[in-house]
Design a protein around this ligand. Structure first.
Ligand code: PMV
Length: 364
């Protein structure tokens, strides 16, 4: 499953006398992992497979204008929310340069990138999945438009996912809508360590309109970057067991989601969230990324479930915010629960009412 198809590394350039100008824009969503990717090998190969819901309302919208580079090498200006953003610019130049073997044409152009996120800036929501996948889609779209490549939608998406992965592992999953696996899973044909695969066929309808209300506990910047976090798994004493557990959780979760078994879904996804944090607590140096209000909320979710028997559950990212997951059918009850019991534990940004989404969209 892991051999690389030929179109992933086409290596094309414009004739020096015929450099294009134009604009491309895409919208690409964030995603929330149910089985977590935490730990990697070189070349952004995951230590274990992961699976996520692509979100709907939390996305990056990025417009890229390109024109011939006067200097004869890659040039860039990066604007975030209308203002030049040098940190994103440096990161994106580095990303594009790292791709110049695959897309040699990037060295011939000047890029002016204007990007924004729909979710509040520094609300502690990972923006690398949406931000990197949107850039990957733009670059693949250029290859498709100018080099007569990637005409088949499947090939286009697969390459975008492959490129997104090189920017940020979780971004490989944002290229598709619904439920997406990244990483080889035994007995699931088409899964790969190099790109994501949508796995919506055969999933029980309970999970096709799942809701994710993101409860914002702390608006601060992330305490530990993903890069550092993945690195810590290289020396975590529980890493080997964790990677074995993730593989087994993948199998059980897929089965449960096909059967519409919310009980198993909850048992596995909540354990995955706590294990991710347990890995951070047992690394050297160690990190405690939950806040007191994270635990207050989790406690109340347990109590709500106990009292009502309704399948509302939580997952966490590598931070203090709580993702409240539930089927659309119980949205009314959950809204009342949030308003009555959870509001005191939220930061002034409150919550984002998100849900499973259809994936990226070309807007220009
Ligand atoms: O894609 P990265 O390198 O930012 O890592 C993402 C890690 C988690 O969000 C914690 C888990 C995941 O699978 O998305």
């Amino acid at each position: 499953m892991n051999s690389e198809p030929h179109y992933l590394n086409a290596g094309l350039k414009f004739p020096d006398t015929d450099l294009p100008s134009g604009k491309i824009a895409w919208r690409s969503p964030s995603n929330i992992a149910l089985v977590k990717y935490w730990g990697k090998k070189p070349a952004q190969v995951p230590q274990n497979p992961s699976i996520s819901f692509t979100l709907s309302k939390s996305y990056s919208e990025t417009k890229v204008s390109f024109s011939p580079a006067d200097s004869g090498t890659l040039e860039m200006e990066f604007y975030f929310d209308g203002k030049r953003h040098l940190a994103f610019e440096t990161k994106t130049v580095k990303f594009f340069k790292s791709l110049s073997g695959i897309f040699p044409f990037v060295n011939q152009l000047k890029f002016v990138i204007r990007s924004k996120n729909t979710f509040p800036h520094s609300a502690g929501i990972a923006s690398s999945a949406s931000g990197m996948s949107v850039l990957a889609l733009v670059l693949c779209d250029m290859e498709r438009q100018f080099f007569d490549m990637l005409q088949k939608e499947d090939n286009f998406r697969r390459k975008a996912s492959y490129i997104a992965r090189l920017g940020s592992g979780s971004a490989s999953r944002s290229v598709y809508g619904g439920l997406v696996i990244w990483g080889e899973v035994e007995n699931v044909p088409g899964t790969s360590n190099y790109y994501g695969l949508p796995v919506n066929k055969g999933i029980h309808e309970t999970f096709t309109d799942y809701q994710d209300t993101i409860l914002l506990v702390d608006a601060g910047e992330k305490k530990v970057s993903s890069r550092v976090g993945h690195g810590l798994m290289d020396s975590n004493p529980f890493a080997t067991e964790r990677f074995i557990q993730a593989r087994s959780n993948m199998k059980m979760l897929i089965q449960a989601m096909r059967a519409g078994d919310t009980e198993t879904f909850i048992r596995i996804t909540e354990s995955e969230a706590l294990t991710l944090h347990a890995m951070m607590m047992t690394s050297q140096p160690y990190f405690l990324l939950m806040k007191p209000n994270t635990l207050q909320i989790i406690d109340r979710i347990f109590a709500f479930r106990e009292k009502t028997g309704l399948p509302a559950s939580f997952t966490l990212d590598a931070g203090p915010n709580v993702h409240l997951l539930y089927p659309k059918a119980i949205k009314g009850e959950v809204k009342r629960f949030i308003d009555n019991d959870l509001l005191p534990f939220l930061s002034p940004q409150g919550y984002i009412d998100d849900a499973v989404g259809k994936g990226p969209e070309k807007i220009l």
